[in-house]
Design a protein. Structure first.
Length: 242
């Protein structure tokens, strides 16, 4: 979605060095923006794509009662807030690797979007790397540093992943392995039988669709999100066999 920004320059509210480089939170007019290593990641201007990511996964589960969902990437909080606003979801687990992003929600300006969702008893925020968590590489911790109740080998009815600009354009090189055959196999193993993998992308990726089929997923398809200019955003959807 094309957004008209104010003429005044953005104001940096916080800037931190993390294990993956610099992350910053900026305010530009009424918008809050997350910047990683100088590259714009997301802002609070819309949220349609994030909502579709969650809704598409729920529709694909076809009425499964109280399904659990793992959301990859807290971001500005749209996906979490939308999931928590829907009573049909059961357990909601969010994985975020940047401590700064979690803090901006718990004690900072992004709490405006996520405060009610964070207070929801279904919600758990894990401070860990999504790729490592999906692969079961190490146990995760809650945002307050205590051990997570979500076991390293926990399975979910849906995985909603939005940590990159898509399978073909990752934020860091480390994330590329998530879309590899072994990474997709790990995602499949994280799903319950009949569970759904939903992956947001800034553009369609026929190569990724093929990779999903090769990884043993069924019912591979995409749903488009219209944008004002250029190719549409999409959500890649795939189902683990029941």
């Amino acid at each position: 979605m094309h957004t008209s920004y104010p003429s005044d320059p953005p104001v940096v509210l916080d800037r931190r060095e993390g294990p993956y480089g610099e992350v910053a939170l900026r305010r530009h007019g009424d918008l809050l923006q997350i910047i990683a290593n100088g590259t714009f990641l997301m802002d609070t201007s819309d949220g349609r794509s994030e909502r579709l990511l969650v809704d598409a996964a729920l529709r694909a589960l076809d009425g499964r009662p109280r399904p659990s969902v793992l959301i990859g990437g807290l971001g500005v909080g749209f996906s979490l807030a939308h999931a928590a606003a829907d009573p049909r979801w059961g357990r909601i687990t969010v994985v975020e690797r940047e401590r700064a992003v979690i803090d901006w929600h718990l004690d900072g300006p992004l709490g405006e979007l996520s405060r009610e969702a964070l207070a929801d008893p279904r919600t758990e925020i894990l401070h860990t790397d999504l790729v490592a968590y999906v692969r079961g590489a190490f146990a995760s911790v809650n945002e307050n540093g205590t051990p997570s109740t979500a076991a390293t080998g926990a399975r979910y009815d849906a995985l909603c992943l939005d940590i990159d600009n898509g399978p073909d354009w990752t934020v860091t090189e480390d994330n590329e392995s998530l879309y590899s055959p072994s990474g997709l196999a790990a995602c499949r193993a994280r799903l319950t039988p009949g569970g759904v993998l939903a992956v947001w992308s800034a553009q369609p990726s026929p190569t990724f669709d093929s990779a999903l089929r090769n990884a043993g997923f069924q019912h591979v398809r995409t749903e488009e999100i219209a944008v004002a200019r250029g190719v549409p955003d999409v959500v890649h959807l795939a189902t683990r066999a029941a």
